[in-house]
Design a protein around this ligand. Sequence first.
Ligand SMILES: [Zn+2]
Length: 289
Amino acid sequence: MVNQKIAAKFKTFSTSLKCPLCQESLDLVQYKSLLCPNRHTYDISKHGYVNMLNHSAKSRYSKTLYKAREKIIMESELFDPLHDKISAVIHDYFAHSSTPSLMLDAGCGEGSHLKKILEKSGIGTMTGVGVDISKAGIEQAAKNYKNELWLVGDLAKSPLADQSFNMILNLFSPSNYREFKRILTSKGIIIKAVPRSGHLKEMRNSFYGSNENNLYKNDEVVSLFRKHFTLTDTIHVTDVRKMDESKLPYLVRMSPLSWDSNQAAIHSFIGRNSGHVTLDADILIGINK
Ligand SMILES: [Zn+2]
């Protein structure tokens, strides 16, 4: 049984979506499915998300990883400085707007970043839409957060209509700038977060030793970003937090860094770390050209 409130939300925003197979528009039928004129059908799942992938994507991003990610984002303060800065930017752009607006989180994972940022921005007229290729991530997001729209989808063949989003968030996640430009309104805002060299350095040092560097070089990212968008600001956020020891295993589990590390390195990080963890990122803010 599809939740009627969620179905109503999909009805309201169906014009912002499109069929990823034939690019036609979608309508909500019988309060349970999105249907295009060529009869491609996408059902609202019982958890309240819509799967718009036409194939199943293999991913190493598992339920365990997403549970850990939710725990760190929602219950530790690690990402608070990032959320605060981004929310302040969104507030500046949208606080005086009385018209409804849509914000996409492209590569939202289990949705906690989007949830936190929407809450902190406090823009009552803004609705969040999270898209990720991982069904495990979107299912968790839809179970936890009922005010947003959640879609399993491929950003390269996205189920989103032209010029339908006022804002795109793209946090620590790959970009598809051509798609982002297409779905953003003219003068729409994009906020992209990329890690800097100090990001989670305590964990990386434990896994790889302290000699590795150049892992995160943002010059190329910035220059590619500027090709597509007018870069209006770059905000550098750096912060060191003491993390409760009970949360460190979750930090390890949420990170793809741990995939290639042996168990001994992981245990040594959790065991000997003083509990300090560094957040170090650049936030790029751009306007659609
Ligand atoms: Zn279709």
